[in-house]
Write a protein that binds this ligand. Sequence first.
Ligand code: FMN
Length: 140
Amino acid sequence: MFYTNYGSRKAEDIAANSKVSLHFPWHALERQVKICGEAVKVPTSESLKYFSSRPEESQLAAWASKQSRPVSSRQLLMQQFQSMKEKFSKGEIPLPDFWGGYRIVPTTIEFWQGGGSRLHDRFKYYLQADGSWKIERLAP
Ligand SMILES: Cc1cc2nc3c(=O)[nH]c(=O)nc-3n(C[C@H](O)[C@H](O)[C@H](O)COP(=O)(O)O)c2cc1C
């Protein structure tokens, strides 16, 4: 699960093709996890719950930032932040309608561990219809 601006570049990409992959590399350990699956928007109620749990400044930053769009200066960004701070100075800061979460519903997860002489270990998990995982070792 991750939260973002629904107008960001990645959100536009997901709207065009919801098949995604997540990559978690740990170079020092020669280790990585790769997840392939489908990105699904989380219900607004869930986004609201998470948004409300964030620090107030982060909530205002979500309002102030047109994520992935060019911004001419840091000063302009700070002005936008300040104007949101004034706009929402009273009461709860509402959830922006352009902000929320995606849940990645995985279809495969691959664990990769570097080994000597390029003899790496790779294990790929495939989610089955009954909810169990089929596990295969892959050649490096
Ligand atoms: C530690 C760390 C945490 C991040 N967390 C988020 C996040 O929660 N949501 C988000 O949209 N981007 C997050 N980013 C930034 C994204 O990697 C990405 O650069 C950004 O979302 C813009 O992507 P886009 O323009 O392709 O949509 C994070 C980056 C780092 C380094």
